[in-house]
Design a protein around this ligand. Structure first.
Ligand code: IFM
Length: 468
């Protein structure tokens, strides 16, 4: 360690959580693993997308990433020294089934088996996400999430993995942030597979929900301890109190939040979907009888990823582009949060909105809201590595603010059971490549050397303060 713990704020200042609260750190397969063509891994939509010229920052790909596939023992040692209770990672579907169907690839299963065993040896509970966006390309070639078959294949893949690891992995997450898969992937086109469609994106959203339901069934059949889903829910704030801006917030809430929370938590489609999507959602043929029952089966927990609020303002409607209408309707825009610091992503730092989001969710769903795990929260900052140290005070202050805000939500009656910091390592930030650093451990992408940042020591002390 290149810093002293005494450089950092006192444990008495740390936000405190109830006994049993889970502290964790999170990563995802394509963002850290590398080894993209090794041991029978097939191509995913992110391999295709990142290798397509112009799609990612400087053409970056996940071919090597943090080389976690080979260096996982070092990363598990970092987690052990950090003192986390749990580590959230994702499983790359194309390592298990190269083309998304059929027999399992034993080498792919072995990798996750070794990872899980080494976590357990280090006293860390594994938390596995089954889908963090790396869809086998072969399934995309057959329609991807636009078609129900992908949801059915996802259930088969879930069964294989749960059969193999279900006895050792206590916490399972079906999907990570289906909003990004459906809308960034099939409507805005900024994520793989890079499609720009209207109805296709809405069909993808529905089939992701169906895939979640089928995957939950497979996890139950395998007898896993806890199963849930992770949503990136937005706190949409109106730019003004004008009717137009308030109506834009209703649409933004529908497009980002209600499209998931209504079917999953309440077993219904959003009442505001027609005013939001108009003829794109009416008369659709992808919803089948029984789907809502499947999608709304009870969860053991709801995972929530939260980073920033969004200011929503009515903006001119571009009828000509149904793809954009689906995800954003082009009627809301992110406007400035004056006087607020922004992270390296340009995201405003407003911790109170984290409390507001959680309290509003509890109010909206009452006892139908299952216990919550914050499965991601963190910030990308303009880190500099000097003399073997990264003094990332901005990240520490972001984390301090958001953990205090989380504590306020707990005090307000939201049943929050855990917090997973995003991210353990600097990693491949999707279309932004390696330009944005979210890690509490710095990764030198030339040498792959890991260097814990000051935020790592801060988080370690916070966790230790809960053990006393
Ligand atoms: O890096 C991503 C992660 O894969 C999903 N949630 C948001 C993070 C930061 O953008």
């Amino acid at each position: 360690m290149n810093h002293t713990d005494s450089d950092l704020s006192d444990a008495a200042d740390f936000p405190h959580f109830p006994p049993g609260f889970v502290f964790g750190a999170a990563t995802a397969s394509y963002q850290i693993e590398g080894a993209a063509t090794e041991d029978g891994r097939g191509p995913s939509i992110w391999d295709t997308y990142s290798h397509t010229p112009g799609k990612t920052h400087h053409g970056h790909t996940g071919d090597v990433a943090c080389d976690h596939y080979h260096r996982y023992p070092e990363d598990v040692a970092l987690l052990r020294d950090l003192g986390v209770d749990s580590y959230r990672f994702s499983i790359a579907w194309p390592r298990i089934q190269a083309d998304g169907s059929g027999a399992a690839n034993p080498k792919g299963l072995d990798f996750y088996s070794r990872l899980v065993d080494s976590l357990l040896e280090a006293g860390i509970e594994p938390a596995a996400t089954l889908y963090h966006w790396d869809l086998p390309q072969a399934l995309e070639d057959r329609g991807g999430w636009r078609v129900r078959e992908t949801a059915e294949r996802f259930a088969e893949y879930t069964a294989i993995v749960a059969d193999h690891l279900g006895d050792r992995v206590p916490r399972w997450i079906t999907l990570n942030e289906p909003w990004c898969s459906a809308f960034l992937g099939y409507s805005v086109g900024r994520h793989a597979p890079g499609a720009r469609e209207g109805r296709g994106a809405l069909a993808a959203a529905h089939h992701l929900l169906v895939g979640h339901g089928l995957s939950m069934r497979a996890l139950r059949a395998a007898g896993v301890r806890e199963a849930g889903i992770t949503l990136n829910l937005d706190r949409n704030v109106p730019a003004t109190e004008s009717d137009a801006d308030l109506a834009a917030v209703v649409r933004a809430d529908t497009q980002h939040n209600l499209v998931w929370t209504e079917p999953i938590l309440a077993g219904r489609y959003p009442a505001t979907e027609e005013e939001t999507w108009g003829d794109l959602i009416t008369g659709q043929d992808f919803r089948l009888d029984g789907d809502l029952e499947l999608i709304s089966q009870p969860l053991d927990f709801l995972g929530i990823n939260y980073y920033r609020p969004i200011v929503v303002a009515a903006a001119p409607h571009r009828e000509s582009d149904p793809a954009v209408r689906v995800a954003t309707d082009n009627r809301y825009a992110e406007t400035d949060y004056p006087g607020v610091r922004r992270t390296a992503m340009g995201w405003p730092v407003v911790p109170d909105s984290f409390t507001d989001l959680l309290v509003a969710l509890r109010k909206a769903y009452g006892d139908a809201l299952p216990p919550v795990h914050i499965t991601e929260n963190g910030s990308a900052e303009h880190d500099v590595l000097v003399d073997g140290a990264v003094h990332d005070t901005d990240r520490i202050s972001y984390l301090e603010g958001h953990l205090s805000a989380l504590r306020a939500a707990v005090d307000a009656g939201v049943d929050v059971r855990g917090y997973y910091l995003w991210s353990l390592l600097d990693n491949f930030e999707w279309a932004l490549g390696y330009d944005k650093r979210f890690g509490i451990v710095h990764v030198d992408y030339d040498t792959l050397v890991r260097t814990p940042k000051d935020s790592y020591a801060w988080y370690r002390r916070l966790i230790a303060a809960h053990r006393d």
